[in-house]
Ligand binder design. Structure first.
Ligand code: HEM
Length: 140
């Protein structure tokens, strides 16, 4: 398994843990859990599980298992670009999550920056992976 995949999958597992913990706290808070405003965990729960866990796990596994070789041509793609996508996705997750609970007027700007990082990560990753959407050597 290539290094970017290992790190993306490890990071995804950390977000799974964070997201489930936040979900459990939100659930317990519904039954009354002191006067702490646990509701701030709501946007973080969503961000951690939908982007941090689901999207990142998919990207990590895709980079690992998509066909790397086309007839005598290596199409595995630049690991540097995948590291860039990995970094932008994770910066985006935290900016978008924190932006959703930041005080006004920071809220909008931070969230927007986070979403821009996430979209850029998706664009870079799709660019690297595009040539790898092809039959494997065994099917040629
Ligand atoms: C991959 C797994 C999960 C995903 C993708 C997910 C996603 C979401 C999303 C999108 C919402 C927002 C729903 C809305 O606002 O209408 C939400 C809310 C919530 N989730 Fe999760 N969730 C997951 C797992 C869990 C787990 C394991 C727990 C509990 C242990 C949990 C507890 C909650 C609670 C309490 C809310 C707040 C509901 C409310 O608005 O009162 N979630 N989740």
């Amino acid at each position: 398994m290539p290094a970017p995949s290992r790190w993306a999958i490890r990071a995804a597992l950390v977000y799974l843990l964070l997201g489930f913990t936040a979900g459990a706290v939100l659930l317990a808070a519904k039954g009354g859990l002191g006067s702490v405003p646990w509701r701030v965990l709501h946007p973080l729960h969503i961000e951690w599980l939908l982007v941090g866990w689901t999207a990142q796990l998919t990207m990590g596994v895709a980079y690992w298992i998509f066909p790397r070789v086309s007839l005598r041509r290596d199409v595995s793609g630049s690991p540097r670009m995948v590291w860039l996508a990995f970094a932008m996705l994770n910066v985006g997750i935290w900016l978008a999550g924190i932006g959703a609970i930041a005080p006004r007027p920071l809220e909008g700007t931070v969230t927007l920056l986070g979403r821009l990082c996430e979209v850029s990560a998706a664009v870079v990753f799709a660019r690297v992976m595009w040539p790898r959407v092809r039959p494997g050597l065994a099917q040629m």
